[in-house]
Unconditional design. Sequence first.
Length: 110
Amino acid sequence: MRGPDGVVYPMKGVFHEIVEPERLVFTSTAFEDAQGNPIDDAEVTVQFFMPAMPTMNMPAMKSDAKLAPAGGGVYRGSGQVMMAGRWDATVTVVRRGQRLGTKQQPVVAR
């Protein structure tokens, strides 16, 4: 993840459970500061977004999830997606009111 100031914050994660359309469980790890120390006092949120599909008469959908610190720079939480398909998952990290960075990646719920 690259912050607005250009600093790169390594970010890794593992999806543990996908139960369509009600549950997505994942662990996000490696939130570290520039010195390599784990960041345990940040606010970490994930937004799942699916764009509108006008040909199917479907509006855009989004769901937000807040992750809780689990220690050692690890954050855990659950999110909900409303249907199967491709979603854009955007992870945002804020610490002491400053946005450290945002990372977006596609997620496919089946």
